[in-house]
Design a protein around this ligand. Structure first.
Ligand code: BGP
Length: 479
C-alpha cells in the first residue's frame, strides 16, 4: 500500500475494438468492413499496409474478425465480468457497418443501432461509463471501392452522417467519444487506417496526406456535431503513443528522433490546436505535397478542436540518424524501432518501458495542455492453463503494476490531469497486428486458439482479482 492514490472519479476500465471483439461480422444486416478482409497469416501485414489488395473474402484465407470472441452474443456476460472487477469505464468502438452497412445509405440499420442501445444500457445498469471510438480500423468496404477510402472528400459527409446518427441516438447514454483510433497509424498501416490503396503511378505520400486532410476535417466536424447534439460531451483524438528516444546523445540522433516524433504528432497537433503546424507545412512543401485546401477548411479545423488527448502506450521507441543502426530495427507495434539496450522485450519483441509511459504523458501534456486519457496499455503474452484450471499470469500483473505506478507518479508528482486508464483487451481478443488469439492481453481468458477452435468460454485469470483490488483502492494497492 502507498499513500499515492487517484481521485474517486478516475475512470478505471478496459478497452476493446468491435472488429477484434464482437464477431458476428454479417449478423442483423451488418455490412462488410475493410477489416473483415484482413486475414490471419503471412498476408495480414501486406494487406494492412495496402501492399496486397484484398477487396473480397476468398477461400484460401481465414478472417479473424468474422467470429473474434463473439462478444456480440456474450456482451451481457462480458459486461457483468467488467462490473465484477469494478470498472468505471468501458472503451469500445462502434462498427460503422452495423449502422450503415454500405456507408452511403440514406437511413441507418435499426438492428445495428438496437445492439449498441442494449450494450450501453447494460453498461449503465452496472454504473459503467462508455467511452466510444467512432472508427477503429473499421470502415465500410463499399466506401473503399466507391471512393478509394479517405482519398475522396465525400467521405467527410458519409462520416458526418454516421456521427450525427449515433450522437442523436445515444445522446443520453454516451458522454465520452473518440474520433479515430491511432490516427497516426496512417503512416504505418494505411489500408487498415483509412482504406488507402495507392494506384499505379500515384505518389504514395500525396495520397496519404490527402487522406489525412479529409480525416482531420471529418474529425473536426465530428467534434462540432457532438458538442451541438450532446451538450457536455467530451471528444478526444487518439494517438498510437510512445515517445521516441535518441539512440545516442549525438545531436543528429536527437534531431532524427524529434522529426520522427513530430511526424506522428502531426495529426493530433491539428486535432488539438486546430491548424497545420509550421514544421509540417514546410516539410510538405519541400516534398512537393499539395494539401487540398477548400473554402472553409481552415475554419472547420480551428472550430473543431478536441477536448482531451487519448493515446495507447505499449512501449517507447528509439531512433538513430545512422543508416547502419537503422538497418537493425525491430518491430514495435506497426512501427519500427532501434533496439534499446536498456530494455527487456515481450515475446513479440515490444520493449517494456514503464518509465516511458510517464515520459510520454509529460511530453503530451507539455505539448497540448489538455487532459489526457490512457485508452490502451497492456502486455500481449501466451497464457498456460494449469492442471487445476488456474492461469497464473504474474508477468501480466508485473507489467501492469509498473505501468500503473508510473502513471500515478505522472499524476501525483508531475501534476498531469488524467481522466482515466483503460487497459487493452480486458477479455482476450484478436491481435490487431498478427490476427492471433494466442497473443493475449486479458484478465479473462477466452477458450479459442489461433486456428479458430475452442468453446469461447470465459475464465478468470490471476490478474482478474489483482486489477479488481487496484481499482477498489484507486491505485493505492498495487501489490
Ligand atoms: C493498437 C490497436 C489495438 C490493439 C493494440 C495491441 O495498435 O489500437 O487495436 O490491438 O494495438 O496490438 P496487438 O493486438 O497487435 O498486440
Amino acid at each position: 500500500m502507498t499513500e499515492k492514490r487517484l481521485p474517486d472519479n478516475f475512470l478505471w476500465g478496459g478497452a476493446t475494438a468491435a472488429n477484434q471483439f464482437e464477431g458476428a461480422w454479417d449478423a442483423d444486416g451488418k455490412g462488410l468492413s475493410l477489416i473483415d478482409l484482413v486475414p490471419y497469416g503471412p498476408d495480414r501485414g501486406p494487406v494492412t499496409r495496402g501492399e496486397l489488395r484484398m477487396l473480397d473474402c476468398d477461400a484460401d484465407h481465414s478472417y479473424p474478425s468474422h467470429e473474434a470472441v463473439d462478444h456480440y452474443h456474450h456482451f451481457k456476460e462480458d459486461i457483468a465480468l467488467f462490473a465484477e472487477m469494478g470498472f468505471k469505464c468501458y472503451r469500445l468502438s462502434i462498427s460503422w457497418t452495423r449502422i450503415f452497412p454500405n456507408g452511403d445509405e440514406e437511413t441507418p440499420n435499426e438492428a445495428g443501432l438496437a445492439f449498441y442501445d442494449e450494450l450501453f444500457d447494460e453498461c449503465r445498469k452496472h454504473g459503467i461509463e462508455p467511452l466510444v471510438t467512432l472508427c477503429h480500423f473499421d470502415l465500410p468496404i463499399c466506401l473503399v471501392k466507391k471512393f478509394g477510402g479517405w482519398k475522396d472528400r465525400q467521405m467527410i459527409d458519409c462520416f458526418a452522417k454516421y456521427c450525427r446518427t449515433v450522437f442523436t441516438r445515444y445522446k443520453d447514454k454516451v458522454k465520452y467519444w473518440i474520433t479515430f483510433n491511432e490516427i497516426n497509424m496512417l503512416h504505418h498501416m494505411p489500408f487498415s487506417a483509412c482504406g488507402l490503396l495507392v494506384d499505379e503511378g500515384e505518389n504514395p505520400d500525396q495520397a496519404k496526406y490527402l487522406c489525412a486532410h479529409h480525416e482531420l476535417l471529418a474529425s473536426a466536424q465530428a467534434v462540432k456535431l457532438a458538442h451541438e447534439i450532446i451538450p457536455g460531451s467530451m471528444v478526444g483524438c487518439m494517438l498510437a503513443g510512445g515517445s521516441f528516444y535518441p539512440f545516442t546523445c549525438a545531436p543528429e540522433d536527437v534531431w532524427k528522433a524529434k522529426q520522427t516524433e513530430r511526424s506522428n504528432y502531426f495529426f493530433i497537433d491539428i486535432q488539438s490546436r486546430g491548424a497545420y503546424p509550421n514544421y509540417a507545412l514546410r516539410q510538405l512543401e519541400r516534398d512537393g505535397i499539395q494539401i487540398d485546401w477548400q473554402e472553409g477548411d481552415r475554419e472547420l479545423l480551428a472550430s473543431g478542436t478536441v477536448d482531451f488527448i487519448s493515446f495507447s502506450y505499449y512501449c517507447s521507441r528509439c531512433m538513430s540518424a545512422d543508416p547502419e543502426v537503422l538497418k537493425k530495427r525491430i518491430a514495435a507495434n506497426a512501427f519500427k524501432t532501434v533496439r534499446n539496450p536498456h530494455l527487456q522485450a515481450s515475446e513479440w519483441g515490444w520493449q517494456i518501458d514503464p518509465l516511458g509511459l510517464r515520459i510520454t504523458m509529460n511530453d503530451l501534456y507539455d505539448r497540448y495542455q489538455k487532459p489526457l486519457f490512457i485508452v490502451e496499455n497492456g502486455l500481449g503474452a501466451k497464457d498456460v492453463i494449469e492442471a487445476d484450471g488456474s492461469i497464473q499470469d504474474d508477468y501480466r500483473i508485473d507489467y501492469l503494476r509498473e505501468h500503473i505506478r508510473a502513471m500515478i507518479d505522472a499524476v501525483t508528482e508531475d501534476g498531469i490531469p488524467l481522466m482515466g486508464y483503460t487497459s487493452w483487451g480486458p477479455i482476450d481478443l484478436v491481435s490487431a497486428s498478427t490476427g492471433e488469439m494466442s497473443k493475449r492481453y486479458g484478465f479473462i481468458y477466452v477458450d479459442k486458439d489461433d486456428q479458430g477452435a475452442g468453446t469461447l468460454a470465459r475464465r478468470k485469470k490471476k490478474s482478474f482479482d489483482w486489477y479488481k483490488k487496484v481499482i477498489a483502492s484507486n491505485g493505492a494497492d498495487l501489490d
